[in-house]
Design a protein around this ligand. Structure first.
Ligand code: HEC
Length: 197
């Protein structure tokens, strides 16, 4: 009888002790920190940027036997300011002829003229001074530099397709990613209309 009482007491004692010990927070109950949320946003933006192939046009390339591969030193920095343009076949300015692409895919010529892929890095020669609203206007309304009075963004930038595909949250993630990458100083040459070529 004494031993039973004693063991009951021991059980009671440990139950009381367990009740007093604070439970460790399970990770699911913890609020993610602002920093963790920002990292998640940037990672999602990177995924969307890669999936949407922004680098195909916005990153200069190195030629290999397998074809052009992105030059990671110039990731998303647009047509190089010192880049060379091969001679332009003027027939490409007529509708119905081929569209010409620069061998590095960072510039294109068609009936709209000559367009150079923009510098998307956070340098001041790129998108360093852009607000999210500038980016949204460029991606949803095709406004050059995201300015209301700006000219339309021209081919081959497929902003109409991106406007269909991306939600506002997607654009926020892509912008967060683009603002987090290495800033690269590169002043892309201005667009040349067909009449000036
Ligand atoms: C098929 C080629 C191509 C792809 C793919 C592409 N772009 Fe572009 N982009 C261009 C070209 C060329 C321009 C310049 C157009 C002009 O000057 O009117 C441009 C312009 C832009 C501009 C406007 C810059 C400014 O100064 O107004 C933004 C922003 C932009 N691209 C972001 C992106 C993002 C983000 C992606 C991926 C989601 C992307 N682009 C994919 C070719 C492309």
């Amino acid at each position: 009888m004494r031993t039973i009482l004693k063991s009951k007491f021991v059980i009671l004692f440990f139950t009381a002790l367990a009740a007093c010990t604070p439970k460790p927070e399970s990770p699911a109950n913890q609020e993610p920190t602002t920093e963790a949320l920002q990292t998640q946003l940037i990672e999602r933006g990177e995924y969307l940027t890669l999936a949407a192939g922004c680098d195909h046009c916005h990153t200069p390339k190195t030629m290999t036997p397998e074809g052009p591969v992105p030059n990671m030193e110039r990731w998303l920095s647009g047509f190089p300011e010192d880049g060379q343009m091969p001679q332009i076949d003027r027939a490409a300015l007529e509708p119905g002829y081929w569209t010409l692409f620069h061998p590095e895919l960072t510039a294109a010529v068609g009936p709209w003229g000559l367009t150079y892929a923009a510098n998307l890095t956070p340098d001041e020669t790129g998108m360093g001074n852009w607000t999210f609203d500038n980016f949204r206007k460029a991606m949803q309304e095709g406004k050059h530099k995201g300015l209301d009075g700006g000219r339309s963004i021209l081919p081959p930038m497929p902003w109409q397709a991106y406007n269909e595909a991306f939600s506002l949250e997607d654009l926020e993630a892509i912008f967060a990613y683009l603002q987090s990458i290495e800033p690269i100083k590169n002043l892309v040459p201005p667009y040349v209309p067909a009449t000036a070529l």
